[in-house]
Design a protein around this ligand. Structure first.
Ligand SMILES: Cc1cc2nc3c(=O)[nH]c(=O)nc-3n(C[C@H](O)[C@H](O)[C@H](O)COP(=O)(O)OP(=O)(O)OC[C@H]3O[C@@H](n4cnc5c(N)ncnc54)[C@H](O)[C@@H]3O)c2cc1C
Length: 476
């Protein structure tokens, strides 16, 4: 019997806390459990042994050209000032590691570095994972010094049964007992689109790089369904594999727009919005939001300043401060998400350049399906006026993000079936109680898919490392 199995077999659960998930939210829950009266924490995650990385900041394969290609969407200090310092402290070794890589990350960072603003770079996501994994190890050492054992269990939790203690079933056939449980399993899968997994298509970029790379290298035009962060990652994947002159790239999005780049400036500034209280409708509140965004833009504020300023504002002033009617409040996050859309500076600048040079184009419309032919794919797109067009292309990557038909992990599905969590009828986000509690007091839940916490509709979406960590820190 392995050491882990021996430790787990002795667990009664009375003084055990279980955390499900291995990303930054799970790590934040571990940090928050320091005040619990426990002698054992078990973290169950697909890669719990790399706690802190999760799906977004995973370690790449050593020899793959696209290792380090995927970047954080915001300047390092918007993600976490401590991470920005960590990065700046290691700048020499970071520069060495990134030397000669394609795309030219160091070249894109050069103007910031010359300006003394290393904190403003869009770091490779794997570096943030390195930082978080280091944080996890330090935290675990602290627990062990206090006599609390931390077990990192690489497994998937599939079910949860409430009783005097809670028992958690796993894919690996284990049953663990715990007094309290925190669940942080990340967001749902990308929505599927008919024909997105075939000879000339992939249902996602992540995990399908090797298959997509073959087509990129053979010179195929790469067509992305969706125009957000994952599309920008596909562009970076292409740039890591072929010279720019050979690039042929298409992004298709309903609004036909590329997100605004989040450009940092010194000194850092946050837009400070002002709203009046006691709005009765979402329309009336959103009119004020729009006015404040337009005012900031006309004052010359960058989208980074506006977005980070609104995020800070809503973390301190919940939506109900301005719009008490929860049904109306549910209509707000969709508009905020759209208006404050922003992304990776380096890649968005590249995308605009490629469009100008005729290497990339943006198609406006909603992809209905992908049809496979002998030598490539045909994408069926509905335009805003309802007209259909069929676009012949080389290889299609589904970057559509979550949507109708998306699936959650098995534990979340089980918790929904038991009524521990519910789904909002507006947008389908998950609803948890105050302090991230589920309907069972011993079980808490937080993921980017959560749209309501207690009586509060979260104004800005939780697909954001800083927001998730902030909400865990304030949950009890
Ligand atoms: C590819 C990608 C890039 C992103 N880039 C940024 C960015 O640049 N900036 C930003 O602020 N945000 C970004 N995000 C948003 C991101 O969701 C959050 O920042 C954050 O990483 C979410 O952390 P998490 O721990 O909640 O979830 P995740 O990172 O998704 O981690 C959850 C983990 O739990 C595991 N898991 C799921 N179900 C179970 C189960 N039942 N049992 C055991 N383990 C389970 C999963 O395998 C996963 O590893 C990105 C997200 C993705 C997916």
């Amino acid at each position: 019997m392995s050491k882990i199995e021996q430790t787990l077999s002795g667990l009664k659960g009375d003084r055990t806390h279980v955390i499900v998930g291995d990303g930054i939210t799970a790590l934040a829950f571990l940090e928050a459990s320091i005040s619990r009266d426990i002698d054992h924490v078990v973290v169950i995650g697909a890669r719990a042994s790399q706690l802190g990385r999760g799906a977004a900041y995973a370690k790449g394969e050593p020899d793959m050209p696209w290792r380090y290609a995927y970047l954080l969407n915001s300047p390092a200090d918007d993600i976490d000032p401590k991470f920005a310092k960590w990065l700046a402290d290691r700048w020499d070794s970071v520069s060495q590691r990134m030397q000669g890589r394609s795309p030219d990350w160091l070249g894109a960072a050069a103007s910031l570095v010359a300006n003394g603003d290393v904190y403003g770079v869009n770091a490779p996501r794997e570096f943030y994972g390195d930082f978080m994994e280091e944080q996890a190890q330090t935290l675990i050492a602290g627990f062990e010094t206090r006599g609390v054992t931390v077990t990192l269990l690489d497994d998937i939790a599939t079910s949860l049964n409430l009783g005097e203690n809670t028992s958690i079933g796993t894919k690996g056939g284990r049953t663990l007992c715990a007094k309290t449980v925190d669940v942080a399993p990340g967001g749902p899968s990308t929505m599927r689109i008919q024909g997105d997994d075939g000879a000339f298509s992939a249902p996602s970029v992540f995990g399908f790089e090797t298959r997509i790379a073959e087509h990129i290298k053979s010179g195929a035009e790469i067509f992305c369904i969706g125009g957000n962060a994952a599309m920008l990652d596909v562009l970076r994947l292409c740039q890591s594999l072929i010279p720019e002159r050979d690039l042929r790239f298409v992004a298709c999005a309903p609004d036909g727009e590329i997100p605004t780049p989040l450009v940092p400036r010194l000194p850092r500034k946050l837009t400070r919005p002002h709203f009046s209280t006691d709005h009765e409708t979402a329309d009336s509140f959103l009119a004020e939001v729009r006015r404040e965004i337009d005012k900031a833009l006309s004052d010359g504020d960058e989208m980074r300043e506006i977005r980070a300023g609104f995020r800070a504002h809503f973390l301190e002033n919940p939506l109900s401060t301005y719009l008490p009617n929860i049904e109306e409040a549910r209509k707000v996050p969709g508009a905020l998400r759209f208006w404050l859309r922003g992304g990776t500076r380096d890649t968005i600048h590249d995308m605009h350049r490629f469009v100008d040079e005729g290497k990339a184009r943006v198609v406006t419309g909603l992809v209905q399906k992908v049809v496979h032919q002998d030598d490539g794919a045909e994408v069926v797109v509905t335009e805003a006026d309802g007209q259909q067009q069929r676009i012949k292309t080389g290889f299609v990557v589904n970057c559509a993000g979550a949507g109708p038909g998306s699936q959650f992990d098995p534990l979340t599905e089980d918790m929904l079936a038991q009524g521990l969590l519910s789904r909002s009828h507006v947008g389908g986000g998950l609803q948890v109680g105050a302090g991230c509690h589920t309907t069972a007091q011993a079980v808490r839940y937080l993921s980017p898919a959560v749209s309501e916490i207690g009586d509060e509709v979260v104004a800005m979406p939780l697909y954001d490392a800083h927001m998730l960590r902030s909400y865990v820190a304030r949950s009890h």
